[in-house]
Ligand binder design. Structure first.
Ligand code: SF4
Ligand code: SF4
Length: 442
């Protein structure tokens, strides 16, 4: 590599890395728009969840075919990135396969990378067929119309191109090693690209050198583009699955969060000896400025992290009883809408010198309708199915809480039940004293 190549490569790294860092900053700023919630308890269980679910993909393999293929792609990407480290060092210092001093272990590594690259291509082609030829129901759902469907396909094309470039680069390198080209000392084992290398037979050394460098530049350039594309794609989960599983709710799935201030108020109402004029206990929670959530800033930061982490896989929607019975609700759409609105709020802040200027829009009504929210049975199937521990239900419940407590906009059936609880201490329409009347009629 010439000095000019080294300098160009350093510029590429700085530009690619800089743009990515800018997007990460924006991402963190947007997530911090959420309300505070404490998820620092039980760190050992949190680390374990992260290791099992994000690293070990334990929930992915509940659907074995997709799970195993996804593991190929995932391990392929993680491990092949070790090779990227070598590419970066070679690019900056003009060396050739700088890690080859490891001898037999290096051969093992390069050989494993090649086999993984081939498995990634097989997995990605299968994924493409499932989406575009077999047309699995969860991939042709309306939720994915437009950009989300294109995004899913673009990334599959991207992965095939990156892996192919990697194998072509190795094949050209192997050819140059075999003919003893200067600077291409023998290093690495090439169980897959050795079958591609014969296509260079008969070509001039300079042409093969050019093709090798071309594949090298396109491969590393492609990785930089991929890195910066992540922010705009559902593939952000590659990075966010780790914090998302770490900070996920550890409480039993059926346990809902109560608002302390409301609980205290109800306790006071139910206690015949309570003094309604007594000063509140010093540690009693003050009533929040707003009950529930009507926009993304009312949700907590973990819910916003959930929205950015959603892989749009649709496992939640395909197991949602409301969706299965034709209701308007799709838990995947709840997460996609939350992310879209959060991005809109972020752009608003960007274009108004760091301050959010009200835009007469909100997550409720402009993105998610009450009809969707009230269709939820709160069964938790979506939470159980999610491969990265996202809870669409928690967002649904917070938005319902807003409808009930801030707008008194519960469905008629629910209002009747709540009036009965208030008047009769039970959801039914008769007095508590009449509860046992049935036995007299027997
Ligand atoms: S909790 Fe609600 S959104 Fe989730 S699967 Fe059940 S009905 Fe669907
Ligand atoms: S919430 Fe989970 S299950 Fe649902 S689409 Fe997103 S990642 Fe998939």
């Amino acid at each position: 590599m010439s000095y000019l190549d080294n300098i160009l490569f350093a510029i590429l790294l700085i530009l690619g890395g800089g743009y990515f860092a800018g997007n990460v900053k924006k991402l963190i700023r947007n997530i911090k728009l959420g309300q505070d919630v404490n998820r620092s308890d039980n760190p050992s269980e949190r680390w374990k969840n992260m290791a099992m679910i994000a690293l070990g993909q334990s929930k992915m393999v509940k659907r074995p075919i997709a799970g195993i293929l996804h593991i190929f792609v995932y391990i392929g990407f993680v491990i092949i990135n070790i090779e990227v480290l070598e590419i970066v060092i070679d690019g900056l210092f003009g060396t050739h396969r700088v890690f080859s001093f490891m001898g037999g272990f290096y051969d093992f590594l390069i050989g494993s990378f090649e086999i993984l690259a081939l498995l990634v291509i097989v997995a990605v082609v299968t994924f493409w067929i499932r989406r575009n030829i077999v047309k699995l129901k969860r991939f042709i759902h309306n939720d994915l119309n437009g950009w989300p469907r294109n995004d899913a396909n673009y990334i599959l094309y991207f992965e095939v191109v990156l892996m192919t470039l990697f194998l072509v680069m190795n094949a050209a390198d192997l050819h140059l090693q075999t003919i003893g080209a200067p600077g291409y000392e023998s290093a690495g084992a090439f169980p897959v690209s050795q079958f591609i290398a014969p296509m260079f037979d008969g070509m001039s050394e300079s042409l093969v050198h050019l093709l090798e460098k071309g594949a090298w530049w396109l491969h590393i350039g492609g990785i930089m583009v991929f890195l910066n594309y992540l922010y705009y794609s559902k593939h952000l989960h590659i990075l966010l699955a780790f914090p998302n599983t770490y900070f996920a709710n550890l409480k039993p799935q059926g346990q809902f969060d109560n608002l302390e201030s409301v609980t205290n108020e109800v306790k006071l109402m139910m206690d015949p000896n309570a003094d309604p004029f007594a000063a509140p206990a010093p540690d009693a929670d003050a009533a929040p400025a707003k009950f529930g959530a009507s926009d993304v800033q009312d949700l907590n930061w973990v819910q916003l992290l959930n929205a950015y982490t959603c892989t749009e896989c649709g496992r939640c929607t395909s197991s949602c009883p409301a969706n299965q019975t034709g209701k308007k609700l799709s838990p995947r759409k709840i997460m996609m809408d939350t992310r879209d609105r959060l991005e809109e709020v972020g752009r608003n802040i960007d274009s108004n010198k760091g301050v959010f200027v009200p835009d007469n829009k909100s997550l409720l009504n402009d993105y998610i309708t009450p009809e969707e929210l009230w269709a939820c049975t709160s069964c938790n199937a979506c939470v159980e199915e999610c491969p990265v521990n996202i809870s669409p239900l928690s967002i649904i419940m917070d938005m319902r809480r807003y409808l009930v407590m801030e707008q008194s906009a519960a469905p008629t059936e629910l209002n009747a039940m709540m009036t009965n609880i208030e008047n009769n201490g039970a959801p039914w329409q008769y007095n508590q004293m009449d509860r046992l009347n049935w036995k007299d009629e027997a």
